[in-house]
Design a protein around this ligand. Structure first.
Ligand SMILES: [Cu+2]
Length: 179
């Protein structure tokens, strides 16, 4: 989106938990048109810390969530649960609860999306850090909970992975099975 920028510029590591520093403007290969909308919704949600009503609608489809699925991030760098089964057409609000001892994040997408995110995070260094939320990536500080809502309109398997340093390669991932 901003050409010619070095990867490190504009990605403000937020040292304080819960603050989305800077503007979500990183490029993502995934669903470009909805990013602006999603970012707006997430920023609104971040301010109050409890405005889940604003986030229980999929910004891409306008559909209200059919149900809420809670996913916990554990200190041993795992998600609980690590598989979520949904029906085609269902809209799910994921409630992401960080019970770990550092930042964790969730990127939802296929293998390519995971690989791209891993590559994007690589230059950020070895320390866990907060990142601006995007349409398909949400970072959660320890002790905090965030939500995002997504409609699953195609059968198949998606992955949710954490791309804090070493987490994804260490197995911090889960699957959404859509059938
Ligand atoms: Cu993690």
């Amino acid at each position: 989106m901003t050409p010619g920028r070095s990867p490190a510029v504009g990605r403000t590591p937020s040292s304080r938990p819960g603050r989305a520093a800077g503007r979500p403007k990183r490029s993502s290969t995934w669903r470009w048109p909805v990013i602006a909308v999603a970012a707006g919704v997430m920023l609104v949600g971040c301010g109050g810390g409890g405005d889940s009503a604003a986030k229980s609608v999929d910004p891409a489809t306008g559909k209200k969530a059919d149900r809420v699925v809670e996913v916990r991030m554990l200190p041993e760098r795992r998600y609980e649960p690590d598989n979520v089964a949904v029906k085609v057409g269902e809209t799910i609000t994921f409630k992401l609860k960080n019970d770990g001892d550092s930042f964790h994040d969730v990127t939802l997408g296929d293998e390519d999306v995971q690989a791209a995110r891993e590559k994007e995070m690589a230059p950020m260094g070895p320390e866990p850090m907060g990142m601006d939320d995007e349409a398909n990536s949400v970072t959660v500080a320890k002790g905090e909970t965030k939500e995002f809502t997504r409609t699953f309109d195609k059968a198949g398997t998606l992955i949710y992975g954490c791309h804090q340093p070493g987490h994804y390669s260490g197995g911090m991932k889960g699957t959404v099975t859509v059938s």
